[in-house]
Design a binder for this molecule. Structure first.
Ligand SMILES: [Fe+2]
Ligand SMILES: [Fe+2]
Length: 397
């Protein structure tokens, strides 16, 4: 080993198995292959342990002299020779394709070969990504609210039985829609490569949001009478078509852009016409979260359309397919529709009902305008946006 000064390390009383190997490893780090490191120490088992450790990590030992020595082997560190860097931790480290062989490794980690592949299929950036995901996640975590304390459940109010029944019916309808809005992102999280961490996080916050919406709407439904409203088959059929959509971008389009987009107006309507403070609060709190869900859907689809213009055609087909599938169903349950009219009427006079009826017409017009605006934002021409918006489910979501 001419040319390399022999190195010596003294472990004193520290056993190799009690952390001494860290000092040996560090001393070997800068040695070339074949370099020799003499290891001193008082531990009687030092030679035995050194030989076993060296063998396990690819070095040789020389025990001929009084003091044992390690000779750095060529295979040392070989397990990392074919290791691969899985992108980088920051936003610039996001790669267009994520390898399932990286498994659950942190983005940016040096990933050792071998190990089980991840069972996920959403592995391409442009099929899931939005640059806004990180900021939406940060906003989402900062604005989590507490159903137990942020809603004034004990505020006194008393409603005529028919008005209370209308509120209960609307809440019953909202809960089944919230279930769909929870299950869909939850399903995609399980299929998403964690390389796209920011998307995974934003979808997780969305799931947590929907769980809170389920909670407050359920509580408001049962606050007074304890009775729950009806669930129409047409509404459930509409939601099932969302659950059945396997493509992330198409599901995001149908659920977040069109469905949750329409719900922004619906929740604002309920908050505005709420006959009691609790109903007003739960609708307003949910509305706050839904704005983020819609923003992510729009941001993702803008990214995806930018990457591949032909997606617009597929979005259009998805909306048409859903419309055709639902053509024979009733769409929105009549009881829900009537309950919305009652909420906005405030009294049982022809004049009041006329006002409520008009308010629900206006609501549908506002939903349509909002959908058209978002469709144009995605890149649809105005006339196509109008056509597609008109095909949207009568169930609103
Ligand atoms: Fe929701
Ligand atoms: Fe939502």
């Amino acid at each position: 080993m001419a040319g390399f000064a022999p190195m010596v390390i003294d472990l004193e009383g520290l056993g190799l198995e009690a952390g001494g190997y860290l000092l040996v490893q560090r001393a070997l780090h800068d040695l070339p292959v074949g370099g020799r490191l003499t290891v001193r120490g008082n531990d009687p088992a030092l030679s035995t342990h050194l030989a076993a450790w060296s063998r396990s990590v690819g070095h040789q030992t020389d025990l001929a002299d009084d003091e044992p020595a390690v000779v750095k082997g060529p295979a040392a560190g070989a397990r990392w020779n074919r290791a691969e860097r899985a992108g980088g931790p920051g936003p610039h480290g996001v790669l267009p394709h994520a390898d399932v062989r990286w498994g659950l490794a942190m983005r940016g980690a040096l990933v050792e070969e071998g190990g089980p592949p991840l069972h996920v299929d959403l592995v391409d950036r442009d099929l899931v990504w939005a640059d806004a995901a990180r900021q939406l996640y940060i906003n989402g975590t900062a604005r989590q609210w507490d159903p137990a304390t942020d809603v004034h459940w004990n505020d006194p109010f008393s409603l005529p039985a028919e008005i209370e029944a209308a509120v209960v019916q609307v809440m019953t309808y909202l809960v089944e829609n919230e279930y769909a809005a929870l299950q869909i992102p939850a399903k995609f999280i399980a299929r998403l490569h964690p390389h796209y961490r920011e998307v995974m996080q934003v979808l997780s916050i969305q799931v947590a949001d929907e769980a809170r919406h389920v909670e407050v709407f359920t509580q408001r439904a049962t606050l007074r009478s304890g009775e729950v409203g009806v669930s129409g088959a047409g509404g459930r059929a509409s939601l099932q078509t969302l659950l059945d959509e396997p493509d992330f971008s198409l599901a995001s389009f149908l659920l977040s852009v069109l469905g949750e987009g329409s719900f922004l107006d619906l929740l604002a309507f309920i908050a505005r016409h709420a006959p009691d403070p609790v109903t007003r609060e739960v609708a307003s709190l949910a509305l706050r979260d839904e704005r983020r869900h819609v923003a992510f859907g729009v941001a993702h689809l803008r990214h995806a359309v930018n990457a591949d213009r032909s997606l617009l055609g597929r979005l259009r087909m998805a909306a048409e397919r859903r419309h055709d599938a639902l053509a024979s169903t009733a769409g929105l349950n009549q009881d829900v529709y009537d309950s919305l009219v009652v909420l906005a009427s405030h009294a049982w006079t022809p004049e009041a009902i006329a006002t409520g009826w008009q308010a629900v017409q206006n609501l549908q017009r506002d939903m349509d305008k909002g959908r058209q605006r978002r469709l144009i934002e995605l890149g649809f021409p105005a006339d196509e946006a109008a056509e597609l918006s008109a095909l949207h489910t009568r169930n609103f979501m």
